[in-house]
Design a protein. Structure first.
Lengths: 338, 338
DNA sequence: TTGAAAGCGCTACCAT
DNA sequence: ATGGTAGCGCTTTCAA
């Protein structure tokens, strides 16, 4: 409606149009409309509507010292499926809080991190979310200073508030899926468990917990990077060397994909000959045949929770461990009676 | 170093510390340091460093009417792998331009779109990127008004500046992969080609171009949604009905996954019995065995190009079609001499 | 119940 | 070469 050449309409214009001061106009348009007569209130509202007034949020922020913006710095989380749902969760929660997300990627460049953080601070964000694609321990840029910050999918020492998956309990759940189906023998772990990899260590701990409680243990462990090809190669070699697993615990879905391929190549069926359980619940898990039973990453909830914490009234603290959802599908069966 | 309880240091403080006016301080700290003596310049720089001065970008923006922020509204692009690289491309380019990205997701809710756009405008973004997960024609919220905007992976009428994949040429490339390998007979298309789906129509057009030029055509077309399970079911049924394809053109990688599974179930090998070519170049493509030859989506470049256009000196116009990269892997072989 | 005026922290104009 | 000062568009005392 409004001619596009016209200059932006200001609060002052609305006030003038309604024959009030801009102070009063600000009051009612800001929703803090105590102490103003119903009549003037309506006049102002109507004027704003007629002129199609849009407040300049920068000006407001400068005055109020609140930007209703939160900064999110990720290492490389938006790539390759991982982490995308963290952002969606954060986006959803931000929207509910009336905030917007300023997103940066450091591309894993440690030089870039403080630069990005500085810039966000300069832009007056109300808080910062710091997140990584894979659950990890991180060094934080000193420039984070006394900003309000919560870590997502990573942890730091000294401990800053953070939200991560409850990997230990996830590990337990995975093992339970197998033991509940009756598995005790020939359970083999696929995927390396490096000491510095938090998810590996914790999933393993949970797995061993439950296995031990069922009076058993892994029959074998196959060490390989968490990728399909590496898992295929390693498992194929192990199979060729005579390994005859009854159940596989894959440390993520990519590994499970490689395992499926190796099993198929060796003429072994899932779950008839070998049961498979995994972690992550990526899209892949539901696409595989048979569909993969897997312990999911609560990414969406992590993003959402982090924002709630960041924007909550009491300053966040401690590490919040979110439950990993159990997705039972078709890759687990009782051990065959061979 | 600085005590965290101290109030933020202002330009005024730096100026005072260096015994100059804030006008002069602004000049040198803003990098527009003509007309100022080297001596004072150094004094100001040192003062800023000592006090750890960080300019308040909101204040600057309010004054200069430039926020160095660009808004990106997506439907649901950050989910499920698709579209993530568009954002990474946009992020990278924004960084180079000294801009930051304000990201929103409308979750496909048409009610939300104008709200988000309005909010971005209110936040004084320098421009808006409008993008969708799947290449499509879109209605734009009227509130986009006279904002500077470029569409990514979608198109509108009347045509706004937009950047999309060159699907027709991509279709040609896919067909060429097959004809170059010697295929003429038993080429079948897998995946539905709805009239309103831009990528389907255009890929098909390119495919038919090249096939016709090679004096052939699809031997059959299998209509199914672009998902693994649907493709598996449809192809399995076709195979059971006696179809004996020599080559498959799958309209995306998910369909190709379903096709691989159906082929394997029917005892057919790739590429020995059947060659397969696909579109998208998702991670999946390189994980499949044999690795899938596929025509990639230039997502990263789309994001990057869109930002360059948006921030370029001359106002963007027209639709830019970016080449789809050809990823030759191991799923295509000459037709077997059966 | 309302309005005048003083800022938020910065940049840009016009003096000197 | 430098400084005083007037805004950017809003909110928030404080006085009327």
């Amino acid at each position: 409606m409004a001619s596009s050449a016209r200059r932006r309409v200001l609060l002052r214009d609305v006030a003038e149009h309604a024959s009030v001061s801009s102070a009063t106009a600000s009051l009612v348009l800001g929703g803090r409309d105590v102490r103003v007569s119903e009549d003037t209130r309506q006049r102002i509202l109507r004027a704003a509507r007629e002129l199609d007034y849009r407040p300049n949020l920068m000006a407001r922020s400068l005055r109020t010292q609140v930007s209703s913006t939160i900064g999110l710095v990720a290492d490389t989380i938006i790539t390759g499926h991982y982490g995308g749902d963290i952002i969606r969760g954060a986006l959803t929660a931000s929207l509910e809080h009336g905030h917007r997300l300023l997103i940066c990627e450091s591309e894993g460049d440690p030089k870039l991190e403080p630069v990005l953080v500085d810039d966000l601070v300069a832009r007056q964000v109300d808080g910062i979310l710091f997140t990584t694609a894979s659950h990890d321990a991180v060094e934080l840029p000193a420039s984070l200073g006394d900003q309000r910050v919560v870590l997502v999918n990573c942890e730091s020492t000294p401990a800053l508030p953070s939200v991560v998956p409850d990997e230990v309990e996830g590990g337990r759940a995975a093992a339970r899926l197998l033991t509940d189906a009756g598995h005790r023998d020939g359970i083999v772990l696929v995927g390396e468990t490096l000491a510095r990899k938090l998810p590996a260590q914790r999933r393993l701990q949970g797995l061993l917990d439950v296995l031990a409680a069922a009076d058993t243990d892994f029959a074998d462990r196959i060490d390989c990077p968490w990728w399909p090809e590496a898992a295929f190669d390693a498992l194929t070699a192990a199979l060729a060397a005579g390994l005859r697993p009854r159940a596989l615990v894959c440390l993520n879905d990519r590994v499970a994909l490689g395992a499926y391929q190796a099993l198929a190549a060796a003429g072994l069926s899932v779950p008839g000959d070998v049961s498979v359980v995994s972690f992550d619940d990526s899209e892949l898990a539901s696409w595989l045949r048979p569909a993969l039973s897997t312990i999911g990453l609560p990414e969406f909830e992590m993003g959402r929770t982090a924002v709630d914490l960041l924007l909550g009234s009491d300053p966040p603290s401690g590490v919040v461990r979110l439950p990993m959802p159990v997705r039972e599908r078709a890759s687990i069966a009782p051990p065959s009676s061979r």
